[in-house]
Ligand binder design. Structure first.
Ligand SMILES: [Zn+2]
Ligand SMILES: [Zn+2]
Ligand SMILES: [Zn+2]
Length: 154
């Protein structure tokens, strides 16, 4: 049984994909559903294993990677480059323009908070990088630390 919240998110995402001519097939939607339910960063192998449990169907890791790439292109999920794990975009139901994401990753509980970076800070960063002659290809920041919940437990 689908969580009501997850179901609403999936319906909304399905509508948006149709408007943008993106084919959110049932398998792609299933991957998104399990990622929403798990609510934590998962590797492609974690997703493959969960897919089998959730939907009683085995899917090759190659197909999982393809589906994840589609979901990234559709701006529904993100890939954490430092850990090779995937997580649902926390703005998945928003209609505003997506800012450059900054991921605050807790070293203790591994929860990730997605925080947009303000425009002025981004242009400052870009100016700083351009001055070195470096060409930036992918913009995303991943910062490690201890979340406020875990700080209270210490
Ligand atoms: Zn996002
Ligand atoms: Zn938002
Ligand atoms: Zn934590």
């Amino acid at each position: 049984m689908l969580d009501k919240n997850t179901q609403q998110i999936l319906q909304l995402v399905q509508q948006r994909c149709q408007q943008k001519n993106l084919r959110l097939t049932s398998k792609r939607s299933n991957v998104l559903q399990l990622m929403l339910d798990e609510n934590k960063p998962l590797s492609a192998y974690d997703i493959m294993a969960s897919y089998q449990i959730y939907f009683q169907e085995s899917i090759s890791v190659v197909s999982i990677y393809r589906m994840l790439n589609f979901l990234i292109q559709a701006q529904l999920i993100h890939k954490l480059l430092s850990s090779n794990k995937y997580l649902v975009c926390s703005h998945i139901t928003c209609s505003h323009v997506h800012e450059i994401p900054q991921f605050l990753i807790c070293n203790t509980c591994h929860q990730v908070e997605e925080v947009g970076i303000g425009k002025s800070l981004v242009s400052e960063l870009e100016a700083n990088i351009v001055s070195t002659g470096f060409k930036l290809q992918r913009q995303q920041l991943e910062l490690y630390g201890i979340c406020s919940d875990c700080q209270h437990l210490q």
